[in-house]
Write a protein that binds this ligand. Structure first.
Ligand SMILES: NC(=O)C1=CN([C@@H]2O[C@H](COP(=O)(O)OP(=O)(O)OC[C@H]3O[C@@H](n4cnc5c(N)ncnc54)[C@H](OP(=O)(O)O)[C@@H]3O)[C@@H](O)[C@H]2O)C=CC1
Ligand SMILES: CC(C)=CCC[C@@H](C)[C@H]1CC[C@H]2C3=C(CC[C@]12C)[C@@]1(C)CCC(=O)C[C@@H]1CC3
Length: 345
């Protein structure tokens, strides 16, 4: 009987490798001596030693081609939450993830590391030092989160030690850092439109913002600790900076670092949430006629006005995780990376 030669454990693929987190992950993997294939719907950069496969992860044949001789797969592709496109989230995050799992199994991939999200347990009310044991949100706050829950379940349930296919999910929260197309650009855009004057609620709500390199570190540690006899198999792990910060202090530090004023005036949380809900309903009703994208969605208001920070004790215990970059250093490096977004530029 012919013996199947297993590909080197350092041959990996990053699905979504052209994105913000994906690119940082690819750069660190290369630094650590991995051979990297990127599979993404677009190619946003070139790097020596990286093989790019441009394709949709819903296309199994394209995935099978990209995953040839790969033993480890990182799946960090998703439509942007801001797209608010229910059908697209379902197609990519749920149906597409099923296809990713099948393709991995057919190609004999040994490990699959999913980028999930800590928001899978968030229902818009306070979470303080949340552990992984918290139940999935029964009423997810948006379609994106609804499909991230289904996606995480699919990947964790697929873990099968007997078949030699091991899976783990990383749940980051509030990723920020250089090249992020969302957090800082949204913040600056809001400030430039004169809408960053207000603090929603009393401003004391603590949240996790996680520097992108720490999230990358968590992913690689998880991949390297994922073994048949390890506790990681089929489990989810919070990866944070382990330094909860007041949401509005974080926003202010970034804004002031870029030369804008920090928000000062307080607005009652319930009032702003109610208005956001109303705007969302109006946008939904008008959708057949016109597509409106409100800045203040209920999800965003909830994120800005409640506590949501998570314990990463499980990652510390099972894989020796410690965030290598402090929040202060992360903010400094992030602010320095956006000279074009400074006030007056
Ligand atoms: N950013 C954050 O704060 C957090 C992110 N996450 C998760 O981390 C992961 C990475 O997020 P982030 O880097 O911010 O996101 P990005 O949008 O920057 O990266 C995702 C990448 O996946 C690509 N992609 C989308 N659909 C497909 C598809 N059908 N087939 C192949 N590639 C596709 C995107 O292309 P395109 O841009 O063209 O759509 C993009 O290049 C996601 O799974 C997200 O849910 C979790 C918690 C917090
Ligand atoms: C911690 C965490 C999960 C952060 C997620 C990142 C984004 C959801 C935020 C990044 C910029 C934020 C922002 C707002 C909401 C949340 C973000 C989009 C506001 C729209 C909240 C209401 C305001 O007053 C303006 C804010 C602009 C920035």
């Amino acid at each position: 009987m012919a013996t199947r030669i297993r590909p080197s454990s350092k041959r990996c693929a990053v699905i979504g490798g052209s994105g913000f987190l994906g690119r940082h992950l690819v750069e660190k993997l290369l630094e650590k001596g991995y051979t990297v294939t990127v599979f993404d719907i677009r190619q946003s950069y070139e790097l020596p030693g990286v093989a790019f496969h441009v394709g949709d992860l819903c296309d199994k044949q394209a995935l099978l081609t990209a995953l040839q001789d790969v033993s480890l797969v990182f799946h960090c592709a998703s439509p942007a939450p801001a797209s608010d496109d229910r059908a697209l989230f379902q197609k990519v995050n749920v149906d597409g993830t099923r296809i990713v799992i099948q393709a991995c199994q057919e190609r004999g991939v040994q490990k699959l590391v999913l980028t999930s999200s800590a928001s899978v347990v968030f229902e818009g009310t306070d979470i303080k030092d949340g552990k992984e044991e918290l139940p999935y949100a029964k009423k997810p706050i948006d379609y994106y989160t609804e499909t991230k829950i289904q996606q995480e379940k699919l990947v964790l349930e697929a873990c099968d030690k007997d078949k030699g296919f091991l899976t783990v999910a990383i749940r980051p929260h509030g990723i920020f850092g250089p090249q992020d197309p969302q957090l800082v650009p949204i913040l600056v855009d809001t400030a430039r439109r004169g809408k960053m004057k207000f603090i929603i609620g009393d401003g004391s709500n603590l949240v996790d913002f996680t520097f992108v390199e720490n999230v990358v570190h968590g992913h690689i540690l998880a991949a390297e600790h994922l073994k048949p006899d390890s506790p990681l198999c089929g489990k989810a792990y919070h990866i944070t900076n382990d330094e909860p910060v007041r949401f509005w202090d974080f926003m202010s530090q970034v804004l002031v670092g870029l030369g804008y004023d920090a928000p000062r005036y307080h607005l009652p949380y319930q009032l702003v949430y109610g208005i956001a809900l109303l705007l969302w309903l109006v946008a939904l009703l008008l959708r057949p006629l016109v597509r409106i994208k409100p800045t203040f969605t209920p999800m965003r208001v909830a994120l800005a006005g409640t506590h949501h920070y998570y314990s990463c004790a499980r990652a510390k215990e099972d894989m020796g995780y410690r965030p290598p970059v402090s929040l202060k250093e992360g903010i400094t490096r992030t602010v320095e990376s956006y000279p074009h977004l400074r006030k007056g530029v």
